[in-house]
Design a protein. Structure first.
Ligand code: FES
Length: 165
């Protein structure tokens, strides 16, 4: 099942997103963010459209996409799970949680589970430092995540029921 947060891309949608921002200074990053925010990732078909619109080479656009790990080039899973790796969460057990998360899901950062349910991403501070370790699932930030709580969250994600922490 597709991630319901995002819309399937079409060339027309991509061009609309590009056209809305292309006249701004430093338009490349805002365009890439807009595409990923709407479509869940930056499809490779967007590269020539962006390059032509901004008068850049395709290699230049590719270079920026690959430089920033934030940008996905493949569709995310049904849920995007971010684990905070910043210092305050590390001090509260984020490293152990991270190991548990990777082991449980069988993926590393920037990967998606084989069943396309969960994409795992690192994040550097979610603004809830005193409640670490923190994770974000979609738009929801959840604090004090223990391995046990994480297992519960995975069960909730796969049944679509997410409770506020
Ligand atoms: S350090 Fe993790 S939320 Fe700020």
């Amino acid at each position: 099942m597709l991630n319901r947060q995002f819309f399937p891309w079409t060339p027309q949608l991509l061009q609309e997103l590009i056209d809305a921002l292309k006249h701004k200074p430093g338009a490349l990053l805002p365009i890439l963010h807009a595409i990923q925010d709407r479509c869940g990732y930056v499809p490779h078909e967007a590269v020539p459209l962006i390059a032509d619109s901004l008068q850049l080479t395709r290699a230049e656009v590719h270079g920026v996409i690959s430089f920033y790990h934030h940008f996905r080039t493949t569709p995310p899973g049904r849920h995007v799970l971010q684990v905070c790796r910043a210092e305050a969460c590390q001090a509260r057990g984020a490293r152990e949680l991270e190991q548990h998360v990777k082991q449980t899901l069988g993926v590393d950062y920037h990967q998606t589970t084989a069943d396309q349910e969960i994409s795992l991403e690192p994040v550097y501070c979610l603004g809830t430092c005193t409640c670490g370790p923190s994770v974000r699932i979609g738009d929801r930030i959840i604090g004090r995540v223990t391995p046990e709580r994480f297992d519960q969250l995975v069960a909730e994600m796969t049944t679509q029921v997410l409770e506020v922490s």
